[in-house]
Design a protein around this ligand. Structure first.
Ligand code: ADP
Ligand code: MG
Length: 720
């Protein structure tokens, strides 16, 4: 085994530079050349067909057959000219990741390439093995994929990929995308109505999203030599390196050359696909990096994030690297998240979360700002649940990471504005009065000049002109949390609309009505606001006093996805039925169980079959040494002590692994899936993982490095 490690280390030393050449010096020459979206359709379709399509997209209507045929013909011509031979419906099942099944354009009977509208618009993949949480029983095992024309099609290699939703035969969503699209409609309806209070020209509101993606990169040979990384994306063992991130020398440091080449290469691929990646830098931990695109419409941004991860995985192989998207691949170092920058943009081009330089215009900003905070307050638990996963559990709530408490950071200045607004009393505004001054809203214009107020520890932070949901896991499909955020805010805006209407009916002046309602919301929701250090123990205590929940593990957090309140919220906004929610809940629990089970198995396997034999072999050498010393009459007590220590760790590992396996057998028999997930969490993971790891990591320190089978942290993190 140690041979594998040393072979890998040698390979790393010998890596040659992989040359990366861009198709042109100017990105504009090739940006989007492998995507076929609305712009390309406009250029290649007749005006009528295009208008038809646009109408269907805007109104969420079904596309008629002649229109679909015309689009299919156009995209087929485009794709084949670029060397495509196959097409696939590309979808996002609840497994995470994406799925595709390729069909050939070539029709064997007709002996020519064919692609009809029907094949573009709908497909019926045999998808009975995708998770469905009991929705698709075997007798109705059919699921179908349906084209989402609002997201561009794209070419990967010789395959045309068509973004689709994935639903059961009976119409229930089996993926991440279908609920997101419905949530986008819900927030459009609610937000547009609110906008009309201010500006009649606003007829559509679209959420925008920019995902900052964090990730680790290590050499592929070292990765392959760690079965834990291969099987679960996370190192279950590994002693802390002498140097971790304590020097803070990695963050924003110069990018290592091999990584730089990799980044350039995947950025080029992304640009060709029309993914607007624009930012790259080192992150806090060694070997941790970040990539961020320019924000886009939320639906497209979500697809692009899934695609980005795919592209990164593929390009990394070419560079003999491995990208780790796991939320916590290395204990003791920062985990990786996916900061979801979210905002609302009107058809008139206004960012509703952008404070304005005019005090008067800031009432609309305040309306959306305060309503968002209120929604986060009201649905904090559901938001917490939306980011729950086995991987993110190691990042949130663990001692070294941010807690699983949802709070919002808005900066001292906006806090002051809200404070003043809340306490300004029931000001009455006479004719000629400057209401904005009286209410303190006039201070907002100054705030936008000062954008330095930052807090890196908040799970939900206002960053100048958008909110940033930072607690989302790096491996997550962002459609999950983004669906929740959008329907929570949509529901809140509907509530706001109702309250405003009521006030207007009473004859209250419009602006005063709005202000009074906002003021009430500020009062009700201010316990969610926190500007201090979100990672400190004090905050955990303070949050408890404030009554904010801190649910540390996934199985319990997921309870909120099927609470009465949640079911009502989803049904009201027409996004998911109770049946769909329950199916999703079950799927997520199932996924959690699998993940912990795999980790537990790999731990047992590595400990018993890789670590202990090496430890015993080394111990035998020490025993020889101790005997030799004794024979010469030299004090051997130090060696004997080491032999003893090693024995104890070996014993501890053996006992704990044996008990863990017994426990797994018991837990596997539990019928109720929630009970089973909780048992996996409490009785398998929490009870044994740390204990086993502790002894294995100690043995790593004792055993001769020449013999140690697993690449060490310092090797994985610092060699490239
Ligand atoms: P930060 O403000 O966090 O330092 P950036 O300005 O680089 O970072 O933005 C981070 C991400 O937020 C980028 O993807 C960016 O495109 C996105 N972003 C900026 N403005 C908006 C917006 N109005 N809505 C959504 N995302 C946005
Ligand atoms: Mg940011």
């Amino acid at each position: 085994m140690a041979k594998l490690r040393f072979n890998a280390l040698e390979l790393v030393q010998e890596r040659q530079k992989i040359e990366v050449t861009a198709p042109s010096d100017k990105v504009s020459d090739y940006f989007g050349e492998n995507a076929f979206g609305l712009d390309q359709m406009r250029a290649s379709l007749s005006q009528d067909v295009f208008n038809n399509l646009k109408h269907c997209i805007d109104k969420g209507k079904k596309i008629d057959e002649p229109t679909a045929d015309a689009i299919a013909a156009a995209v087929k011509t485009w794709a084949i000219a670029k060397g495509a031979t196959h097409y696939t419906h590309w979808f996002q099942p609840l497994t995470g990741g994406t799925a595709e099944k390729h069909d050939s354009f070539y029709d064997m009977h007709a002996r020519l390439e064919k692609f009809k509208g029907g094949a573009l618009v709908q497909q019926e993949p045999d998808a009975s093995s995708f998770p469905h949480g009991g929705i698709r029983s075997t007798f109705e095992a059919r699921g179908y994929t349906a084209w989402d024309p609002s997201s561009p099609m794209f070419l990967i290699g010789s395959t045309l990929c068509i973004p689709t939703i994935f639903v059961s035969y009976t119409g229930e969503a089996l993926d991440y995308k279908a609920p997101l699209l419905k949530a986008v409609q819900a927030i459009d309806r609610a937000a547009t109505k609110v906008c009309k209070l201010f500006d009649r020209n606003i007829t559509k509101v679209t959420p925008s999203l920019g995902c900052e993606q964090e990730y680790f990169v290590i050499d592929h040979a070292l990765y392959s030599t760690r079965p834990d990384l291969v099987m679960c994306g996370r190192s279950v063992f590994g002693h802390q390196p002498p140097r971790g991130q304590q020097l803070d020398d990695h963050y924003f440091g110069s990018i290592p050359p091999r990584i730089f080449d990799f980044m350039r290469d995947f950025e080029i691929e992304c640009h060709r696909l029309g993914i607007p990646v624009s930012t790259r830098h080192n992150e806090v931990a060694p070997s941790q990096f970040e990539v961020a695109p320019v924000f886009e419409e939320i639906n497209v941004a979500t697809d692009h994030n899934q695609l980005l991860m795919d592209v990164m995985n593929k390009v990394a192989e070419k560079h003999n690297l491995k990208v780790l998207f796991h939320e916590k691949p290395f204990a003791g170092l920062n985990g990786s998240g996916k900061h979801c920058n979210w905002s609302l943009v009107t058809n008139t081009g206004i960012n509703l979360l952008q404070p304005s330089s005019s005090a008067r215009e800031n009432l609309i900003f305040l309306t959306f700002f305060v309503n968002t905070l209120k929604a986060v307050y009201d649905h904090a638990d559901l938001l917490r649940a939306s980011i729950a996963s086995a991987g993110n559990d190691y990042r949130l709530g663990a001692n070294e990471a941010p807690p699983a408490i949802i709070s919002a950071f808005i900066g001292t200045q906006l806090s002051a504005v809200l404070n003043e607004l809340e306490h300004s009393g029931n000001v009455s505004v006479e004719k000629g009065d400057n209401m904005y001054m009286k209410l303190g809203i006039d201070k907002i214009p100054e705030i936008i000049l000062d954008n330095t107020d930052r807090n890196r520890t908040s799970p939900f932070a206002f960053t100048g002109n958008k909110f940033e949901f930072r607690a989302v896991g790096s491996d997550a499909n962002v459609a999950g949390p983004m669906t929740v955020l959008n329907i929570a805010v949509a529901d809140q805006l509907n509530q706001f609309n109702k309250e405003v209407e009521k006030e207007l009916d009473k004859g209250t002046e419009r602006r005063m009505a709005i202000v009074n309602i906002l003021r009430k919301y500020i009062k009700e929701s201010k316990s969610i606001l926190f500007d201090g250090d979100g990672y400190s123990d004090d905050w955990v205590k303070e949050a408890e006093k404030r009554g904010l929940s801190n649910v540390k593990d996934t199985p319990r957090a997921l309870d909120f996805t099927i609470s009465e309140k949640t079911i009502k919220l989803y049904e009201k906004s027409n996004v998911c039925t109770e049946r769909e929610l329950r199916a999703r809940h079950e799927t997520l629990l199932e996924n959690y169980i699998m993940k912990v089970q795999i980790e537990s198995r790999i731990m047992g396997d590595l400990a018993l079959n890789h670590v202990i034999p090496i430890a015993i072999a080394y111990q035998n050498k020490l025993i020889e040494n101790a005997n030799g010393l004794k024979g010469l009459g030299i004090d051997n007590s130090a060696v004997v002590k080491t032999i003893n220590d090693i024995s104890q760790h070996i014993e501890s590992i053996k006992n704990n692994v044996r008990q863990m396996i017994e426990e797994r057998k018991r837990v596997n028999k539990i019928e109720d899936i929630r009970d089973k997930a909780i048992a996996y969490c409490d009785d398998v993971k929490e009870t044994y993982f740390d204990k086993i790891r502790y002894s294995v990591d100690k043995l790593e320190l004792f055993v001769d490095s020449e013999a140690w089978p697993l690449p060490k942290y310092r090797e994985m993190l610092f060699l490239r």
